[in-house]
Design a protein around this ligand. Structure first.
Ligand SMILES: CC(C)(COP(=O)(O)OP(=O)(O)OC[C@H]1O[C@@H](n2cnc3c(N)ncnc32)[C@H](O)[C@@H]1OP(=O)(O)O)[C@@H](O)C(=O)NCCC(=O)NCCS
Length: 201
């Protein structure tokens, strides 16, 4: 199965900010680096489970690699002073060749958090992933990462290995977004599904 790319789209999020969503492409290395530079220490720690100061060249290359059905990333950008600014990024990596599970990571630059962008990215990623045969997302989340735990639990995610200092959360990914819970996060994910259109290449 080839990767069906995401048709780029714009959407207005909380506080009237307009963001553009699209597949991450190999030219995005500089945006990924810039986005990382703008993350707080805590966000870096929550994303990498380590006190990370910078991304290596190899990581930048991996994080901006061309999407495949097994490893795909979606980016959110906004325009400021005529140039695209990194807002957030979400990726899944299939756990094994024939697996229906994928590990995920979502990051929203601190200045843009709490506007629904993390939920939007998760919803877009879920629709992209299910189109490529993924039915379960797995996230390794720091125990004190209330925002990410809240997001996944509201969507029906369950703690698989409630360890310390991190917990493994499993989330069922549906083809029909009506199956997500009838709450605020579920409604936002349904909106993300409606906005997400895929083009087979
Ligand atoms: C986790 C993260 C992606 C969420 O992104 P975001 O854009 O801020 O998320 P949203 O605005 O969509 O908010 C998600 C929900 O979490 C809630 N939330 C935010 N902070 C919270 C907190 N400290 N405790 C409980 N809930 C919280 C929000 O209120 C929102 O719920 P609501 O819509 O019902 O109000 C973002 O905080 C982030 O990038 N953190 C650093 C990296 C990270 O932790 N990545 C996850 C690694 S697996």
């Amino acid at each position: 199965m080839a990767y069906s790319s995401l048709r780029p789209f714009d959407v207005e999020v909380r506080d009237g900010l307009r963001v553009s969503l699209r597949d991450v492409v190999p030219d995005d290395g500089h945006l990924i680096e810039l986005g990382f530079d703008r993350l707080s220490k805590q966000s870096r720690f929550f994303r990498f489970m380590a006190a990370k100061k910078r991304l290596t060249g190899r990581e930048i290359e991996q994080f901006s690699a061309l999407n495949t059905k097994d490893h795909a990333a979606v980016g959110a950008l906004c325009m400021r002073a005529n140039s695209a600014q990194p807002v957030g990024i979400a990726r899944y990596i299939r756990t094994g060749t024939e697996d229906h599970s994928a590990e995920i990571a979502i990051t929203v630059v601190d200045a843009f958090q709490n506007r629904g962008i993390g939920t939007l990215l998760l919803g877009v990623l879920a629709k992209v992933a299910q189109a490529h045969g993924i039915t379960e997302f797995l996230a390794l989340v720091a125990k004190e990462n209330d925002a990410m735990r809240h997001l996944l639990h509201e969507l029906g995610g369950t703690d698989e290995t409630p360890g310390d200092p991190e917990v493994n959360i499993s989330l069922t990914i549906y083809q029909d977004p009506q199956n997500y819970p009838n709450n605020k996060v579920g409604a936002y994910v349904r909106r993300a599904y409606a906005l997400t259109k895929l083009t087979t290449v």
